[in-house]
Design a protein around this ligand. Structure first.
Ligand SMILES: [Zn+2]
Ligand SMILES: [Zn+2]
Length: 193
């Protein structure tokens, strides 16, 4: 693993700026890896890790930088829950740890750095120095990860009986005898004009 500062430099480049969320995300991911005993997530351990993130904000980019888990590699799973939390899974042994930012960390940052008025600056400084126990709660968890969720899964590709588009990774929905894509099954997030 690299140092906090080294990861923050990389996170700043990847994300476009350095912010409190980057610091939170880098520290969260470093803690997760440490708990799992994974120290080279982007090198020799790169096939061992799958990460679930529960928010699409600054910290999420930082988690991707530290873990090397990316959406396009299927190693980063997004659950849109609006929570500053992530679960790190060692798929080689099933060990998983969920780490969430505490609600009290913002107040704690105010206490630690009352002299800094800008909230982002205040949190950036405090989140670097704050003890882990003030910043995060940690839970050991079990994550049911079916075969089709694994990064290297090679499955059958089928076509939707309604729109004819291809569907990978068993994302089809069975309606009677028909296999439909999720859009045709009623989960469409767009309207066809
Ligand atoms: Zn940011
Ligand atoms: Zn369809």
């Amino acid at each position: 693993m690299l140092s906090l500062d080294a990861y923050l430099r990389e996170a700043e480049i990847a994300h476009g700026h350095l912010c409190a969320g980057q610091i939170l995300g880098v520290r969260m991911a470093m803690l997760g890896l440490e708990k799992l005993g994974i120290d080279d997530p982007r090198g020799k351990d790169r096939k061992r890790l799958v990460t679930f993130v529960e928010i699409d904000r600054c910290a999420t980019d930082a988690i991707g930088v530290v873990t090397g888990c990316r959406l396009g590699k299927r190693a980063l799973k997004f659950r849109d829950w609006g929570k500053m939390a992530a679960t790190f899974i060692d798929v080689s042994n099933g060990k998983a740890v969920r780490i969430a930012a505490t609600e009290s960390s913002k107040a704690k940052a105010r206490e630690m750095c009352p002299q800094i008025e800008d909230k982002n600056q205040q949190q950036m400084k405090a989140y670097r120095e704050m003890p882990e126990a003030d910043l995060f709660t940690t839970q050991w968890v079990k994550v049911d990860l079916p075969a089709q969720e694994f990064p290297g899964y090679k499955g059958e590709r089928i076509t939707c009986a309604e729109c004819g588009e291809g569907i990978n990774f068993k994302r089809e929905v069975l309606r009677g005898e028909r296999k439909l894509c999720r859009a045709c099954a009623g989960e469409r997030y767009y309207e066809i004009l």
